[in-house]
Write a new protein. Sequence first.
Length: 180
Amino acid sequence: MTLEQTLLRQLHGENKAALQAIYERFAAQVYQFAFGYLKNAKVTEQVVRDVFSNLWEKRQTLSDTISLNGYLFTLTCHFVLVQFREQASEYPLQDVLQNLTTQTVPVNSEQVLYLELEEFYQQAIARLSKSHRQLYELSRHKGYSNQQIAEELSMSPHCVEESLKQAVAKISGHFAKYIN
């Protein structure tokens, strides 16, 4: 059994020391990735808190065979997008798009980054097979547990879990190309 599997099993058992160990192992990576987009230490720190809070909240639904790195990466992408949406909500999307095309008014760099990241995220999801996309959206966008997805789609929970791992790996690979 790997260290990640051990930590995930301990996390299932509501072991806060396991959460602390995961935090110590991955927080710097999560911070660095989020800061690369957000360029704001305070907002990035909030994203890191949100990522690990979400991990704790979802601990019962996580399999001990998931890639913790991939899962945390996906959560971080989600919360970075949330931050961009919050920042961009100050400006109607049509205004941002018009500003981008006409360039008559200066555009906030966060708005541009948000649009780029959102588009890239949507491209990554669109590249998934129909079944992987459906599973991923139920899991990450609607918050369904693996068991709920399995029941809704008449699949085994193990099959759902494996398919989600593949979907997350493909999305992570898509982002890895973007980052490098």
